[in-house]
Design a protein around this ligand. Structure first.
Ligand SMILES: [Cu+2]
Length: 710
């Protein structure tokens, strides 16, 4: 049987064919995918493939919702675990699904293309199988797998959609919409010279920002998303000071789309009904409040045509460093972040905590990910996702054995020492940064991790820098460090990310690749956004939000763990509670008391890497456990620092090996009370349910609740 792609029929032919297959129309009706049908290809076998250009997360999210909402169990559990022993059966099942209807998306294309050679490359097959299996089933979820429940479900969704369209909160109606701007979401060509993103600075304690949330499609059919200011800045870096208010008025100027999940229960924040074009903004890493109009992601929904205002109060003890903002609608997080609607936040004044960076040239590098053009099979040097640096793509080779990556160019003056501030703003790509001269790793000096200057909270002032030769940067983490320009004798100086082993059950291929090539240039570069760190005048004594965390008494110890029933159900589980995919309407699995410190051990029970992130607070990393026995290395320099995101690498599946874990002190001593989330920050996993809620309440609330229960 050969499914090799050879025919690219006209749109008309495809639509006729689609109409002949009954559930294809249901897909159209329910999910407004008409535009994507023009992408269908026919294979010589006469089967049709939905070469759906939507990124994977959105489709997966739909399937996940369908499963949760309808209690379907169409996907065999743990299918990936026995692919190798039961391959013939799985092969046949997959082919049956393919024969029965639509394969679901670009991964199917890869699968079909590989099918002829599948026998000779079990690894490729296995890697693709999990995703393809899922995608093929996804289409069945969306189609009428049961003739009785689908129409009522569709009616429910349309009803939700209509209700949503009529809902206008008092808050939104009083605000003046931010008008869309022309030519949104511009992007650079490969090989461009890297400059800092545009930047906005607070004054008199406030940074006022207007954002028009917009989109467009690139030449490969991928949706690009961005926050544009009225004067045309794209996702600018937002500079604030401790104690400032960040006031963002944002209008969602993307097209209206149908509801895709049940409405959120009150209390709501904005629209109660999520749609596929909903937006909100998370202020990642900031120690701000999880209440509505601040850093609330669970209930904040801003739909097409709606305007919403944030007023985020940064605490006066916020450490200086690099944070970032990104959309955080559950099930759409991967799509929003890979679309590029993300930017840096800098709490200024780091020279007061790390005088070593006083007056240095500052570079802000926002590293994002996006689909590889043409969606080739990820293998060898062909990654699962391309990276970009400040919107300059790092193009990948088309030959898996080639090393022909094209990185951006970075111009440095000879002899310069610079301060580099790197945000891993990818959805799914773990980075392991290294600065390399002619193949030799250079020592870089760590200044801050996840927005907190290293050794600044408990150590003697000033916080001493940490020398490392590489740094593991999980998705959503930030690292800030100083580097020196290469001597003129160096032929090739690059910032690279080393390859990542994501684990035996991971679908992601993360090869080593360059992020930027340094060119010496004698000209002082001023691109209008270039900027130097402030000049040191006095040590800051007020930015010790986390001081004393290591010696504070621990009031509760908990064990949490990552678990999966791949390919669709991902869990951020709390030991002692039933594990479940994320439900925004569910009560929190952890209730903590304001003013306390807890110790959480977070285990990985799966065969792929995850990254633990908690909103609103940071944690002190006490230890990284059982990494080596499972085939991973501990992240250098993380122990003893205050992070908001940390990688927990894969369990190697050997039942004699203990699970890899991290032990963290979680700091609930701050001002922030309410419900907020902790989750895997590989966003495809978060979209599939790997998220949970913690409630921080005051002692009084705690007593009241106990009294009312008994
Ligand atoms: Cu994960």
């Amino acid at each position: 049987m050969k499914f090799k792609s050879s025919v690219a029929p006209s749109v008309g032919v495809v639509l006729v064919f689609v109409a002949a297959v009954s559930f294809a129309q249901d897909v159209k009706t329910d999910y407004n995918r008409t535009a994507n049908f023009s992408q269908h290809k026919r294979y010589s076998s006469g089967k049709v493939q939905t070469n759906d250009q939507l990124p994977g997360g959105r489709i997966r999210a739909e399937a996940n919702h369908a499963i949760a909402a309808k209690d379907w169990s169409l996907i065999p559990s743990r299918v990936d675990a026995d692919v190798s022993v039961n391959e013939a059966t799985q092969n046949q099942q997959t082919l049956d699904w393919f024969d029965n209807g639509f394969g679901g998306g670009r991964r199917w294309e890869g699968f079909a293309g590989e099918l002829e050679g599948a026998d000779t490359n079990v690894d490729i097959y296995k890697a693709l199988f999990v995703d393809d299996l899922f995608y093929s089933k996804t289409e069945r979820f969306i189609g009428p797998s049961s003739s009785s429940d689908t129409p009522s479900n569709r009616a429910d969704m349309l009803a939700h959609s209509r209700a949503a369209a009529q809902t206008t909160t008092t808050t939104t109606s009083l605000l003046t919409p931010v008008l869309p701007v022309a030519h949104p979401c511009p992007r650079f060509n490969a090989g461009s010279v890297a400059h800092n993103p545009p930047a906005l600075f607070s004054s008199n304690g406030v940074l006022q920002v207007k954002f028009s949330y917009q989109h467009r499609f690139d030449k490969d059919g991928n949706e690009l998303l961005c926050f544009m200011t009225p004067d045309g800045m794209e996702d600018p870096t937002l500079h604030v000071k401790p104690g400032d208010h960040l006031v963002i008025t944002v209008t969602n100027n993307t097209p209206s789309t149908p509801a895709f999940m049940p409405p959120l229960k009150p209390p709501n924040c904005g629209n109660p009904q999520p749609t596929k074009s909903s937006i909100n903004i998370h202020y990642h890493g900031t120690n701000t409040s999880p209440t509505c109009h601040q850093d609330n992601v669970i209930k904040t929904v801003i739909n097409s045509g709606e305007t919403f205002q944030y007023n985020v109060a940064f605490p006066s003890d916020e450490p200086s460093g690099l944070y970032w903002y990104h959309p955080h609608i559950h099930m759409l997080a991967e799509h929003g972040v890979q679309g590029g609607a993300t930017g840096a936040i800098i709490v200024d004044g780091i020279e007061g905590q790390q005088p070593a960076v006083s007056g240095l040239r500052e570079r802000v590098f926002v590293v994002r990910d996006q689909p590889v053009p043409g969606n080739p099979t990820p293998i060898g040097n062909i990654p699962s996702f391309d990276l970009t640096l400040n919107y300059i793509p790092i193009t990948s080779p088309t030959d898996p054995n080639s090393n022909n990556f094209v990185p951006p160019v970075l111009r440095m003056q000879p002899g310069a020492v610079e301060f580099w501030r790197v945000a891993n703003s990818t959805a799914d790509v773990i980075l392991d940064l290294q600065y390399v001269f002619d193949g030799v790793p250079q020592t870089i000096q760590l200044v801050a991790v996840d927005g907190v200057p290293v050794n600044s909270q408990d150590g003697t002032e000033p916080g001493s820098l940490i020398d490392v030769t590489h740094f593991t940067l999980p998705t959503a983490s930030r690292v800030e460090f100083t580097v020196s320009a290469p001597p003129s004798s160096v032929q090739l100086a690059q910032l690279i990310t080393m390859g990542i082993n994501s684990g035996p059950l991971s679908i992601y291929n993360n090869p080593q690749r360059p992020l930027a090539t340094v060119q010496l240039s004698s000209e002082e570069e001023d691109d209008g956004n270039g900027r130097k760190v402030g000049t040191f005048s006095a040590m800051s004594t007020t930015q010790k939000r986390f001081a004393g965390l290591g010696s504070a008494p621990v009031t509760a110890k908990r064990t949490l763990f990552f678990d999966e029933i791949p390919p669709t159900q991902f869990f951020m589980a709390v030991q002692g509670k039933p594990k479940h995919v994320f439900d925004p309407n569910a009560p929190p699995d952890i209730v903590a008391t304001q003013g306390t410190v807890e110790e959480w051990t977070v285990e990985n029970h799966t065969g792929e890497n995850h990254g633990f992130h908690i909103h609103q607070v940071h944690f002190l990393v006490e230890s990284q456990n059982n990494f080596e026995i499972n085939g991973s290395e501990q992240a250098p320099a993380d122990n003893g620092q205050y992070l908001d995101t940390i990688q927990v690498p894969f369990w190697d599946q050997n039942p004699n090996h203990p699970f890899p874990s991290v032990t963290l002190r979680i700091d609930f001593r701050g001002n922030d009370i309410g419900d907020f989330v902790f989750h895997c920050h590989i966003l495809s996993h978060e979209d599939l349910g790997m998220m949970n809620i913690v409630r921080v309440q005051t002692t009084g609330e705690d007593l009241h609740n106990k009294a009312s229960r008994h």
